[in-house]
Design a protein around this ligand. Structure first.
Ligand code: PXP
Length: 241
């Protein structure tokens, strides 16, 4: 059965807007657990724009769910990940100027580098995943690099501006999933998945995890807005002149 793994980066994004204490991503992760998530994902970026090192440490120490760490394939992150020992790491490309992860990891031609980078994780029994586009050559290279999982990038599908492009992207993803499974890879999906487009990926055989962040945090803001205002309004109405 596929599981939902929630990315809480954007809870930290709101906190970092004021560099303050709230909202607390660790508390959000616990609420994700109450809601039925089976894992929590954070992306510790090199520039620390949202998740901080202390978030990762506190999540590891406090949540009962599997913790996944998205990270760039750099030695700083390798050290942090080996020290933290999450359930799974997922290697993603990272550019400082991007708003979010824009494309899949370039694996073709870097198979040996990735194999070496992943080796200590395999030895430490930490599951490994590579975030890649649904491209046959990247999938072949990911398998060659010895990863256990690939996360197929659904963002190009999610962002498609017209039905023809969307259908083409969906077909690429379906072919990519089939190819990855045929090579013995385990397959996750993620990026840009929301309450509408998730249905395109329902009941696809072989998917282990759906990795979803932005749409869930956005929905949380909206479904919680009236209640949050009501709570402040009650306080203010209670003031006496
Ligand atoms: N998977 C990967 C590899 C990502 O980088 C992200 C965004 O951090 C996600 C999934 C979640 O994407 P979204 O926030 O669009 O749901």
């Amino acid at each position: 059965m596929p599981v939902l793994v929630v990315n809480v980066d954007h809870v930290a994004t709101i906190r970092q807007a004021r560099m303050g204490r709230e909202p607390e991503p660790v508390a959000a992760a616990q609420l994700c657990e109450f809601g039925g998530a089976q894992g929590i994902i954070v992306h510790l970026r090199e520039d620390r724009r949202h998740i901080q090192d202390r978030d990762l440490e506190m999540l590891k120490a406090t949540i009962g769910l599997n913790l996944h760490l998205e990270m760039a394939a750099i030695s700083e992150m390798q050290d942090i990940a080996l020290k933290t020992s999450p359930h799974m790491i997922c290697l993603v490309p990272e550019k400082r100027e991007e708003l979010t992860t824009e494309g899949g990891l370039e694996c073709k031609g870097r198979e040996q580098f990735l194999r070496d980078y992943l080796a200590p994780f395999r030895d430490g029994l930490i599951h490994t995943s590579l975030f890649i586009d649904a491209d046959k050559y990247q999938i072949d290279a990911a398998a060659e690099a010895g990863t256990e999982y690939v996360e197929i990038h659904t963002g190009h599908y999610a962002d498609a501006g017209d039905p023809v492009t969307r259908q083409n992207e969906l077909e690429k993803i379906i072919a990519g999933i089939d190819h990855a499974l045929s090579l013995g890879l385990k397959v996750n999906l993620g990026h840009g998945l929301n309450y509408q487009n998730i249905f395109a990926f329902a009941r696809m055989p072989g998917i282990k995890e759906y990795s979803i962040g932005h749409s869930i945090v956005s929905r949380a803001v909206m479904v919680g807005m009236a209640r949050a205002v009501e709570q402040m309004a009650v306080i203010i109405r209670g003031f006496v002149d």
